[in-house]
Design a binder for this molecule. Sequence first.
Ligand code: FAD
Ligand code: DHB
Length: 394
Amino acid sequence: MKTQVGIIGAGPAGLILAHWLKQHGIHAVILEHRSREYVEGRVRAGLLEQNTVDILRSLGLAERLEREGYTHHGVYLSFDGMRIRVPFGELTGGRNITIYGQQEVIKDLTGAWLEAGQELYFETAATDIQDFATDQPKIYFENEQEGKGVIHCDFVAACDGFHGIGRQVLPKDSYREYTISYPFGWLGILANVAPSTDELIYAYHERGFALHSLRSESVSRLYIQVDEQEDLENWSDDRIWEELAIRLGTDGWQLQSGPIFEKGITPMRSYMIDNMQSGRLFLAGDAAHIVPPTGGKGMNLAIADVKHLVDGLVDFYRNNSLDGLDRYSSTALHRIWRAQDFSNFMTQLFHKQSEHGSFKYRLQKARFDYIRLSENYATTLAENYVGLPFEAFG
Ligand code: FAD
Ligand code: DHB
């Protein structure tokens, strides 16, 4: 098999890359280890930054998103039961976020790609990437039914997530690795109940963090901080709703509960490598970085990487120049470090990390109070939350 860009992984990064390259007349083939049903059913993020929505629109892939997504112009932040609103639309000159499930994005992108007759091979795992120091890299793959094969390409884009093969084959001496593990995780639910809020609520409570998000007029998405090693078995539906009501509670407001149809625990970590390229191999998205989910940056960051990679690839095919591609890693890393800092900031601000009333708690509260008092500080939060425009990084 032959293509110009061989893409490993049909997550947000791989699919957007493929569509964007196609728009520029560049041929791509996608390999995806899992089945279509599995990938389309995988419940993950739901917060789309302004940049992400703009990209999907410019690719002609936002039709359902525009119909079914929810645009939010602000966010509620709550601390010890005191709730404030940060009007990020006002503070950022009209930038905002859209709530639309990651698996819906995946369904839209996969459907459009296959309907256009393009190549995407499910249940096909990349097993090795070779010769990426030359101009003839190869991706070796294995499919249970059809056996083994190889893709000859000009470039390899490893959009294969945190456990993918891209980072494993990246020469160990070409990057430094940075990591923080948090001693807690998120228990996330989807429930058949109308959201009890019009905008998201992030809450610090002495029992731990809680987040109220949503998916539609009849489906709510909520999360609570649990211990890192927590067992889902310990959390009956009643216990989850009781805990959410306590942690999100504020005067004169009530949380509506309903049947839970999806439950899972996500570990939390910050992870980075400081180089995302070796020769003609490029890493994008979770393959190169993980942020803790507080603030909803993961998927958006994956898509922002792709923008820089597309810029470089288009430059190559138009001008026969590798300059843009050689700048890919350093360009993408500016935004990634910004998002690492913001995700860590939001995590530290809203999670219970030590005794309620401790020095650490006092610092968290001082930060919250400062957001409440200072429009400048609230603006800092808002511009990071909606995502800085690409031009901001020069
Ligand atoms: P992925 O979406 O991980 O896609 C990578 C794809 O590559 C996968 O489909 C995988 O099957 C495939 N693959 C892997 N190895 C191979 C191989 N060898 N060959 C072929 N294919 C391969 N972010 C938020 O902002 N908010 C959240 O609430 C949130 N919740 C999350 C919950 C979970 C359980 C996880 C794992 C992540 C969550 N994230 C969240 C992060 C967000 O979903 C990711 O940042 C986003 O999916 C990254 O997209 P990606 O395309 O880089 O990687
Ligand atoms: C969602 C997830 C997040 O991590 C976040 O900060 C906001 C919203 C969500 O799944 O809707």
